[in-house]
Design a protein around this ligand. Structure first.
Ligand code: AGP
Length: 609
C-alpha cells in the first residue's frame, strides 16, 4: 500500500509531485522518491524516511522538468531504504516505474531476468517491471507495456515513463486504485483524488484492468489487450480544504471532533420526514428479498471489524437474522457455510483493503449478494458490491480510524432497522423510537466531546503505565475492543479488551496495584453484573475509570473516576462511548510524544495481504 503520483504539463513537475505525495502519505511513509524528465534524461531523487526528508533534499537541489512520477512507500518487499524507494529503473535507465501493490511472481521473473544479464539495484518486486520493459522493448512504449503486463501476476497500479518517448506517461490499474486527473494542457495520475484536487476537479477513476496513456493534451484509455475504451470523467464536488487539518494539531483530533457532523451527514436523508421509519433509497429491496435472507456474514478488518460486532447485535435484535462477524483475512481462506440466501456485508472505510476485497470477491464468486458499507465513493469495494451504503464521514486521513467507525455504526443501525421493518421482525413503535434516538446523536456527541479536557488529564496519568485494560459486557465489550485497539495503535501501550465476566478465567492475574482499567457500564440489563466485575479489579487495587451514563451516582462509589456520557438507550451506547475512548488514546499518544497521525509500522489503507 503505497501512494503514486504522476504529472505531465507546463508546471514544475517536482512541485506537483511533492504536493500530491503529501496528500498520499497516509498510504505509506517509510520512504519516498520522484523521477523528473529533463533534457533527454531522467533525474531521480529517493530517500528513506518521511516525505519531508525528500522535500528537504529537493529544495537544496531541485529537479527541473515538467513531467515526472513520484511515490511514497510502505514496505512489502525489501526494508525501507534509499535503494528500495521508488521510482525504479532498468539497467540502462531507459524506463522509470512507480508501483503500488505486489508483483506475485517477481522471484521467478527476477531469476529469469538476472539469467539474461539484468542487474538489480533493489530488493523490491517492482524493479522487475522496469527490467521487463527493457527486456521486451519493441520500440514503442504502449505495446511494450502490454507485453510486460502479460507476464506479471499480482496487484498493481503503475506509473511508467520511457526515455525513448518523452511527453508520455502510462498508467495501469489492476487490483490497486488509480485515478487520472484531467487538466487543461496538463494531466495527472494518483492513487487517490485529494492528490490532484489542487489542480483539477475532473477525474476519472480507472476501472480494473485499464491502462491510460497521458500526454499534456489528452488522455486515452485502453483495456489490457490494447483496445480503446470510452471513459467518462466525473467532477469532484467535495472540498480539498476538508482534507486539511483545519487548525487542529493532528488529523486524528480533527476527525474525532468531526463526528457530530459525520453522524448527521450519514443520517441525512435516511430518517423519514414523519420520523417513523428508516429509508435507504440505495437499497430498494422488496419485502420478499429481505425475508429470504437466512444469515448474514459481516466481513471486515480492524476497526471496521469492530463496527461489525456492534452490527451483529443491531441486526440480530431488530431484524432477527443470525449474524456471524468474521475477520476478512481469515474468511477469505475459510470454507464458510453459506446458502444462496446468505447476505455478505463487507465493511471498509477505504473500500480498498485487500483482504476485505478478496472476501467480497469470494462471496461474489459463490453467487452471494454483497452489501458494502464504505466511506469512499468509487472505491473498489463500492464498485464491486451489489449494494452500497456510503458512510458520509468525509475524508479520513489519520491512520487511526475514528469518524469512519462511528458512521459505520450509524449505517449498521440504519440497515438493521430497515431490514427488520421489511421483514416485520420489529414493531413500528421500536423503529420510530430508534429514529428519534438516532436523530439526537449528533448533539449528544457534541456534549461528549466537551469532556475532552478531563480525558486529557486522565490520559496524561495513564500514559505513564505500560498496560491498560478495557472491560465491558455485551455491547460495552464490543466497544472495549475498539477502545483497546485505538489505545495500542497510537500510544504503543499494551492494551487488552475483555468481556468483564471473563477476567477471572485468567486475565485477572495481570491486574496489579494502580494499573489503569477502563470499565464501560452502559448496558442497563447487565449493570449489576458489570459492577461486580469492577469490584473484582478494585479488590486487586487497579485504578478504575468508569464510562457511565450521566446521572449514575452509584458507580462513583465503586471506582476511582467516572466519565459521564449523555443518557441514551443501552442499544445505542457504542455511539456515546467511542469518542471518550478515542480521546483517551489520542491524549496518551500525545503525552508519549508519538506521531499520532502516522503510528509506526502502520498505513492507512492496507491494500496488500
Ligand atoms: C484502525 O484505526 C485502523 N486504521 C485499521 O484497523 C482499519 O480499520 C483497517 O485496516 C480496515 O480498514 P478499512 O476500514 O479501510 O477496510
Amino acid at each position: 500500500m503505497c501512494g503514486i503520483v504522476g504529472y505531465i504539463g507546463p508546471r514544475p513537475a517536482q512541485d506537483v509531485l511533492l504536493s500530491g505525495l503529501s496528500k498520499l502519505e497516509y498510504r505509506g511513509y517509510d520512504s519516498a522518491g520522484v523521477a523528473v524528465w529533463n533534457d533527454g534524461d531522467f533525474q531521480l531523487e529517493k530517500s528513506v524516511g518521511r516525505l519531508a526528508v525528500l522535500s528537504d533534499r529537493l529544495e537544496a537541489q531541485p529537479l527541473v522538468g515538467n513531467q515526472g512520477i513520484g511515490h511514497t512507500r510502505w514496505a512489502t518487499h525489501g526494508r525501507p531504504s534509499d535503494a528500495n524507494a521508488h521510482p525504479h529503473a532498468d539497467c540502462s535507465s531507459a524506463f522509470v516505474v512507480v508501483h503500488n501493490g505486489i508483483i506475485e511472481n517477481y522471484m521467478q521473473l527476477r531469476e529469469e531476468l538476472t539469467a539474461s544479464g539484468h542487474t538489480f539495484a533493489s530488493e523490491t518486486d517492482t524493479e522487475v517491471v522496469a527490467h521487463l520493459l527493457e527486456e521486451k522493448w519493441t520500440g514503442d512504449l504502449f505495446s511494450t507495456v502490454l507485453q510486460v503486463l502479460q507476464v506479471v501476476r499480482g496487484a498493481y497500479a503503475l506509473g511508467i515513463m520511457a526515455k525513448a518517448e518523452p511527453g508520455k506517461l502510462i498508467a495501469v490499474r489492476k487490483h490497486s486504485p488509480l485515478i487520472i486527473g484531467l487538466g487543461d494542457g496538463e494531466n495527472f495520475i494518483a492513487s487517490d483524488i485529494p492528490a490532484v484536487l489542487e489542480y483539477t476537479r475532473d477525474v476519472y477513476i480507472l476501472e480494473e484492468g485499464e491502462l491510460a496513456v497521458l500526454t499534456r493534451d489528452g488522455v486515452a484509455c485502453f483495456d489490457l489487450e490494447g483496445h480503446p475504451v470510452h471513459f467518462e470523467p466525473l467532477r469532484v464536488t467535495w472540498d480539498a480544504v476538508a482534507a486539511e487539518r483545519g487548525g487542529y494539531p493532528h488529523f486524528m483530533l480533527k476527525e474525532i471532533h468531526e463526528q457530530p457532523k459525520a453522524v448527521r451527514d450519514t443520517l441525512s436523508g435516511r430518517l423519514s420526514e414523519d420520523g417513523l421509519s428508516v429509508c435507504l433509497p440505495e437499497l430498494p429491496w422488496s419485502v420478499e428479498q429481505a425475508k429470504q435472507i437466512d444469515r448474514i456474514h459481516i466481513v471486515a478488518c480492524g476497526t471496521s471489524y469492530h463496527a461489525g460486532l456492534v452490527g451483529k447485535v443491531a441486526i440480530e435484535t431488530l431484524a432477527r437474522i443470525p449474524v456471524d462477524v468474521e475477520i476478512a483475512s481469515e474468511y477469505r481462506y475459510r470454507n464458510p457455510i453459506v446458502t444462496d440466501q446468505t447476505l455478505i456485508v463487507v465493511i471498509s472505510q477505504s473500500g480498498e483493503t485487500a483482504d476485505t476485497l478478496a472476501a467480497l470477491r469470494k462471496a461474489k464468486a459463490s453467487g452471494n449478494r454483497v452489501l458494502a458499507i464504505t466511506n469512499v465513493v468509487g472505491s473498489s469495494v463500492a464498485r464491486e458490491a451489489d449494494d452500497v451504503i456510503i458512510t458520509w464521514a468525509g475524508p479520513e486521513i489519520s491512520v487511526a480510524s475514528t469518524k469512519a467507525y462511528t458512521t459505520q455504526l450509524v449505517a449498521l443501525y440504519l440497515f438493521a432497522a430497515y431490514v427488520g421493518a421489511l421483514r416485520s421482525a420489529v414493531d413500528p413503535g421500536t423503529v420510530a423510537q430508534l429514529v428519534k434516538d438516532l436523530a439526537t446523536m449528533p448533539e449528544k456527541l457534541e456534549e461528549v466531546l466537551d469532556t475532552a479536557p478531563l480525558i486529557e488529564q486522565i490520559a496524561n496519568e495513564f500514559s505513564a503505565w505500560n498496560d491498560a485494560f478495557f472491560l465491558g459486557r455485551g455491547l460495552d465489550y464490543s466497544v472495549a475492543l475498539e477502545g483497546a485497539l485505538k489505545y495500542k495503535e497510537i500510544s504503543y501501550i499494551h492494551a487488552e479488551a475483555y468481556p468483564a465476566g471473563e477476567l477471572k478465567h485468567g486475565t485477572l492475574a495481570l491486574i496489579t496495584e494502580g494499573v489503569p482499567v477502563v470499565a464501560m457500564v452502559t448496558q442497563d440489563a447487565l449493570y449489576e453484573k458489570s459492577l461486580s466485575n469492577i469490584k473484582e479489579v478494585k479488590a486487586r487495587d487497579a485504578h478504575v475509570l468508569a464510562l457511565a451514563w450521566a446521572g449514575d451516582a452509584e458507580i462513583a462509589k465503586s471506582v476511582d473516576r467516572v466519565l459521564y456520557v449523555p443518557r441514551t438507550v443501552s442499544f445505542l451506547a457504542p455511539l456515546m462511548l467511542i469518542a471518550p475512548l478515542q480521546l483517551l488514546a489520542y491524549y496518551a499518544s500525545v503525552a508519549r510524544g508519538n506521531d499520532v497521525d502516522k503510528p509506526r509500522n502502520l498505513a492507512k489503507s492496507v491494500t496488500v495481504e
